[in-house]
Design a binder for this molecule. Structure first.
Ligand code: T6T
Length: 311
């Protein structure tokens, strides 16, 4: 789901009011919201949260346009598409509104370069998704003994984050010639569709060894498909994102590895950078927030639960 924030103008320095619109029923963005709220308190700004209904331009662009009409100082957004969000966000920039993207980017994600039509945002805050995909591939290859057939469930094409994860995953898998990688399937953030995909893949490939779920809904749905087929623990499963209950899924053996992003830190840096930008401070054009690999060996250790997202 796309996240949006705006710091309305015409507010005195200590009371800028960002409006943040987050995806519904997505613990990733709800956790991001908590980090944003902490930064808002520290930088003396207030946060309001709107909620797009789904991860698509039909939902995100009208909310964006409504926020732009309020002429905020800064617009904080998770663009739902690398290309389709360039024009709407350029409208904001041309109107003198600073733009910061979080979790996802527009164009190639390289900002303030003076090149191309999508370098105008001030900053991009996110996980290193390409490396995250490579980590997932190495983990899955190890879990299946570096041989067998695997499949990949993803949200939809055109999203910088999940596109990069799958690219990193596939690049790394090329180093594992004894692993057959089936065609990636797209579920458009519909966990039930992901579950149905896995069931169909299993019907065609009963010897399926592993599954990669490239985001929250892909992972939850694929896990449901594996469990419904009675293959829990038999099929190794690596997911991006650590949804509520993800620790139990790891302890039970349903999920082998969860790559937990740091959405709380993403939210924190996004609002901190927005407040700094309004006050004339320079902000980093890129801030990586890292990720934590959770598995049976560490998920129940003290201090690790903090990496599980909250609703
Ligand atoms: O994986 C996260 C986020 O990083 C990605 O951009 C979209 O999917 C999630 O929001 C999880 O639903």
């Amino acid at each position: 789901m796309g996240a949006l924030a705006a710091l309305p103008g015409a507010a005195h320095a200590d009371a800028v009011h960002p409006v943040v619109a987050l995806g519904t029923a997505d613990p990733f963005y709800f956790t991001m919201q908590r980090g944003a709220e902490r930064a808002a308190k520290e930088t003396r700004v207030q946060l309001l949260f709107q909620v797009p209904k789904a991860w698509n331009t039909t939902e995100q662009v009208p909310i964006l346009k409504a926020l732009i009409a309020k002429h905020p100082d800064v617009l904080l957004v998770s663009p739902v598409d690398k290309q389709q969000l360039i024009a709407p966000l350029k409208e904001a920039a041309d109107a003198g509104i600073k733009v910061i993207t979080v979790d996802t980017y527009i164009g190639d994600g390289h900002y303030q370069t003076g090149k191309g039509d999508a370098d105008f945002p001030l900053s991009y805050i996110a996980s290193d998704n390409l490396e995250g995909g490579r980590v997932a591939a190495r983990a899955l290859a190890k879990a299946i003994g570096d041989k067998g057939t695997i499949c990949c469930e993803n949200n939809k094409s055109g999203i910088s984050s999940t596109d990069a994860r799958v690219q990193g995953f596939m690049d790394e898998m090329k180093k594992h010639p004894n692993i057959k990688v089936l065609e990636t399937q797209y579920n458009e953030d519909d966990a039930n569709r992901a579950a149905a995909h896995v069931a169909a893949v299993l019907a065609r490939n009963p010897d399926l060894s592993g599954v990669f779920g490239a985001n929250t809904f892909s992972g939850s749905g694929a896990a449901l498909g594996v469990k419904t087929a009675g293959k829990q623990g038999k099929i190794k499963f690596v997911v991006f994102d650590a949804v509520p209950g993800g620790d139990d899924k790891i302890s039970s053996g349903l999920v082998s590895i969860a790559i937990a992003q740091r959405p709380y830190d993403m939210g924190y840096y996004t609002v901190k950078f927005a407040a700094d930008a309004i006050r004339g401070k320079k902000v980093p054009v890129y801030q990586s927030t890292g990720f934590v690999v959770l598995d049976k060996s560490n998920v129940d250790m003290p201090g690790m639960k903090v990496y599980i997202y909250s609703n």
